[in-house]
Ligand binder design. Structure first.
Ligand code: MG
Ligand code: MG
Length: 267
């Protein structure tokens, strides 16, 4: 399929969609604590989406049974929030999508349950940094491969691995549009970025091997070796200059300011 370029007006609507999603994701992440039944996160998302009059994009997507994906510890993505109780020291990846005025926003983060160990914290930090390394590479004229390579370089420098089977993607009226955005590979691969492309970048990083397995529920994806995994995702728009992060959360504003400052230094 061809890459669908969005008009300025469409990017504006996608930004609205992204702002709503960011607010809900921030709110849901703040609920994570030891003793919480995972299903509660699904209930919160359902209510918050309803309040904001947006469509829960994940619910029913290829038959997915929840409003949000919640993946714990060695689980990478697509976990179904059920009766499991969160315990102190675990890490939880929350992946969320909403559709607003016909356009999808998609974002994910990994947070700590109570007090986590240094390796868990390092995994979370590095995965987040690798997402931002990818965002910084997303400039017009660059290839998709430059995003992929920036993400891979950042995570592997820390001794971690990048999941291969699940990748970032174009996004718009459909959650998954072309092009694919792998989290690994050489910089000279893939289409050239240009203004109006909207992409979901989403490194899935593991402390061990990158191979994965699917659970019996036919949804949850885990590391094959049982190592820990973290996942961060933003929906971004390619502009004439620095990318616009459409799903930026309020706690991330300092990072966005850093990005702008770096751009200004470059002139
Ligand atoms: Mg997602
Ligand atoms: Mg995605």
């Amino acid at each position: 399929m061809p890459i669908i370029i969005k008009s300025d007006d469409e990017v504006q609507i996608m930004h609205e969609s992204g702002r709503i999603l960011a607010a809900v994701l921030e709110l849901v992440a703040a609920e994570v604590r030891p003793g919480l039944i995972m299903r509660k996160l699904d209930t919160i998302v359902k209510e918050e989406f309803r309040r904001r009059d947006v469509i829960p994009t994940f619910l029913g997507y290829q038959g997915f049974p929840a409003h949000v994906c919640v993946s714990v510890n060695e689980e990478i993505v697509h976990g179904i929030p059920g009766d499991r109780v969160l315990r102190d020291g675990e890490i939880v990846s929350i992946d969320l999508g909403n559709t607003h005025r016909g356009f999808v926003a998609d974002s994910a983060l990994t947070v700590a349950v109570g007090d986590i160990g240094p390796e868990e914290q390092r995994l979370i930090d590095v995965t987040y940094q690798s997402l931002w390394a990818g965002i910084r590479a997303a400039r017009p004229g660059a290839r998709i491969g430059e995003i992929s390579n920036a993400i891979q370089t950042c995570a592997e420098a820390a001794g971690f691995s990048l999941v291969r089977e699940y990748v970032g993607h174009g996004i718009g009226r459909d959650m998954h549009e072309d092009p694919q955005v792998p989290n690994f590979g050489p910089p000279d691969r893939g289409p050239v970025l240009r203004k109006g492309m909207v992409l979901a970048l989403e490194p899935m990083v593991t402390t061990g091997d990158w191979r994965t397995k699917k659970h019996e529920d036919q949804w949850t994806i885990s590391t094959l070796d049982g190592s820990l995994s973290a996942h961060f995702e933003h929906t971004i728009a390619i502009t004439d200059g620095e990318p616009k992060v459409l799903t930026l959360r309020s706690d991330e504003q300092p990072l966005a300011a850093t990005l702008v400052a770096a751009a200004e230094r470059r002139g």
